[in-house]
Each structure stands twice: as structure tokens, then as C-alpha cells.
Design a protein around this ligand. Structure first.
Ligand SMILES: Nc1ncnc2c1ncn2[C@@H]1O[C@H](COP(=O)(O)OP(=O)(O)OP(=O)(O)O)[C@@H](O)[C@H]1O
Ligand SMILES: [Mg+2]
Length: 327
């Protein structure tokens, strides 16, 4: 029997601190100095394209992969040292690929996890019932994993991660394979856990997902942190040009030429029989000036609207910006 190590969290201690993680798999340099931290109640996305190093980072936090260099502090204590696994009971982890025994039943799996997490015997059945209810699997308690759909397995994997009310929740692509209702369920669980004070790290390659539920993002690309901060700041940081869609009455080629002469227009593309896509330099709203210029030259305007700059564009701009040595 292992003696439990009790780590009492001092007020103000950062819940999770990842510092300068490096990881090499043979010839592949997967991480090149990844650092970030998580505070109580914070929801942070670890965001990046396939192969960026997101799963490697969380596997290191969970002690499943050994870093080449760097440290992970959980509740102020070094977790990469022997014995660090005890701290990991304070973490709930939803892996990228569910690792559940095929022939075990849903209820049994959660009972086993509850025991592993050290829940007292008399609390286990209540915790299992509550968690199954939370993820909408109560009716499937007696089914084996082999008999579940992909989304149901995903829900069960989430259930084992949250059932012990951990202080840190690490979710590797938690929305993958879920139907819209399942996605909304995961989002609501994330919000609920954060409101309870849990710190949450969520891996995703979709910027929209990060924008929907996260306070902050750490953007990874080729094993490097390209940006760490709020979503809003990220948008400002890369000063994405606004885009206007204009439907003109008249010759679109002539309208495009006219708009190209304006100092705040970066470029104009003709994208339909009469539709222009006008890329503006970042800054003020120029739609009324664009419209006046066109009308003064005799063009009619059927429609003029803004395309919101997406985080996707912010990301691509950062990656292609050339400010980063990706070699
Ligand atoms: N066990 C391994 N052995 C060798 N290389 C690996 C191993 N695991 C990951 N890699 C490599 O490390 C890099 C980072 O992989 P990782 O799984 O961390 O990416 P990711 O950001 O999670 O990507 P995805 O969005 O596809 O899940 C990739 O180049 C990958 O090929
Ligand atoms: Mg991954």
C-alpha cells in the first residue's frame, strides 16, 4: 500500500507550471522549449496544427513520456521526479486515444478509476452514479466498451477524467468525434469545472474551439510556443487586416482598380460576377469611405459587409510571418 503524500496547496501557488520542455524522439525534435502556466479556474488551450507537440506536452505532464529537458511543477511540487505520479491523482486526464479495456463494463471502469484515485469505498458508488449522469451514460452502465459508439467512448473517457473532481483537468482533443450535443456537454463540463476552481488545459487544432471555451491560448508550432496570452490579444498582436465584401453594380474590374488606388486598401480580388473581396490595412473602419468612393465614380452598391478576421487567419499570419525560425 502506497503512503499518500498530501500536498496542501498554498494560496497563490500556480497550479501547473511547465518550464522549458524539450523532447526528442530519435531524429524528431518534437518540443523546443515549451513553457506556460495554469492558474486556478483558468481554461487554457494548447493550440496548434497536427504534429505541433501538443500531445507530447501533456504526456510529459502526465508522466507518460520523459522529457529530454525541462520541468513540470504540479501544485508547486516537481512532478517529473520519482513519486510524482502521486501528484497526478490531483489531475484528471483525457488522453488523445482512449485506453479502455474492451470487455470491461462502463460502470466497472469508473469504479476501478475511483479506487485508483483513492476515493473512499463508501463514496465510490455515488461518484460513479453522478459521473455517469453528468456525461449522459447512465443507461449504458452495464455495456462493455466494445459495444459503445465512438462518441460514447469519448464521453466515458471524459467521465473518468472528471469523476474525482481534480484540481487540474487535461483534455487532449476532447471534442473530437462528438455530435453537437456531445460538444455542448463537454463545453458545459469545462465551464462547470473551471467555476469550481479547477485549472483546465485543453488540446485542440481548431482555433474556433479555443475561442469558444478558453480564456487563454498557448500557440504551438513545430514544438515552439509562438504566442501565449488571451485570444483577443492574439488578434491585436498580429493586427489582422479586416476584409470587406462588396457587391457592385458596374464593371467589377474597374471598381477593383479604383479601390486599389486607396492608401488603406492592401489588395482587391474579384471573387464573383460582381463581388469584390477588399483587404484593408488594420485600423479604423473604412466601409463608408469605400462606399462613397465607389458611388462617386458611378458604381451602385448592392451589399457591403465585413468579414470578421478569424483566429485561423491570425494563426496563419503568425506562422507565415517569417519572424520565427522554424528549422
Ligand atoms: N512516440 C513517438 N515516436 C516518435 N515520434 C513521435 C512520437 N510521438 C510523437 N512523435 C512526433 O512528435 C511530433 C509531435 O507529436 P504530437 O503527437 O505531440 O503532436 P500533436 O500536436 O499532438 O499533433 P495532433 O494534432 O496530430 O494530435 C510529431 O512530429 C510526431 O510525429
Ligand atoms: Mg495530439
Amino acid at each position: 500500500m502506497e503512503t499518500p503524500i498530501v500536498v496542501v496547496r498554498e494560496p497563490g501557488v500556480t497550479i501547473l507550471e511547465v518550464e522549458d520542455l524539450w523532447k526528442r524522439y530519435g531524429a524528431i525534435q518534437a518540443l523546443r522549449g515549451v513553457s506556460f502556466s495554469l492558474d486556478e479556474g483558468e481554461v487554457r488551450a494548447l493550440l496548434g496544427p497536427n504534429g505541433a507537440g501538443k500531445s507530447t506536452t501533456v504526456k510529459i505532464i502526465m508522466g507518460l513520456v520523459k522529457p529530454s529537458r525541462g520541468s513540470v511543477r504540479v501544485l508547486g511540487v516537481e512532478a517529473t521526479e520519482p513519486g510524482g505520479h502521486v501528484l497526478r491523482r490531483r489531475i484528471g486526464y483525457m488522453p488523445e486515444t482512449p485506453q479502455l479495456p474492451k470487455w470491461a463494463r462502463v460502470g466497472e471502469i469508473l469504479e476501478k478509476y475511483a479506487a485508483l484515485y483513492g476515493l473512499p469505498k463508501n463514496e465510490i458508488s455515488g461518484a460513479v452514479r453522478r459521473t455517469l449522469d453528468l456525461v449522459g451514460l447512465s443507461d449504458l452502465r452495464g455495456r462493455s466498451v466494445a459495444e459503445l459508439s465512438k462518441g460514447q467512448v469519448q464521453r466515458l473517457t471524459l467521465a473518468q477524467a472528471v469523476m474525482h473532481e481534480p484540481e487540474i483537468l487535461i483534455l487532449d482533443e476532447p471534442l473530437l468525434g462528438l455530435d453537437p450535443e456531445g460538444m455542448e456537454l463537454v463545453r458545459s463540463i469545462i465551464r462547470r469545472e473551471a467555476a469550481r476552481g479547477s485549472a483546465i488545459l485543453m488540446n485542440t487544432h481548431l482555433l474556433k474551439e479555443a475561442e469558444d471555451v478558453c480564456d487563454n491560448v498557448t500557440l504551438l508550432y513545430a514544438g515552439r510556443v509562438m504566442y501565449s496570452g488571451s485570444v483577443e490579444e492574439l488578434k491585436r498582436h498580429v493586427s489582422i487586416a479586416a476584409i470587406l465584401i462588396v457587391d457592385v453594380e458596374g464593371d467589377p474590374a474597374r471598381a477593383a482598380d479604383l479601390l486599389r488606388t486607396l492608401p488603406y486598401v492592401e489588395g482587391v480580388e474579384i471573387v464573383g460576377r460582381r463581388r469584390l473581396r477588399v483587404r484593408l490595412t488594420a485600423g479604423e473602419d473604412r466601409s463608408s469611405e469605400i462606399s462613397k468612393t465607389l458611388v462617386a465614380a458611378g458604381f451602385g452598391i448592392r451589399e457591403l459587409r465585413h468579414l470578421e478576421p478569424s483566429l485561423e487567419e491570425a494563426f496563419l499570419k503568425l506562422v507565415r510571418g517569417g519572424a520565427y525560425d522554424l528549422a
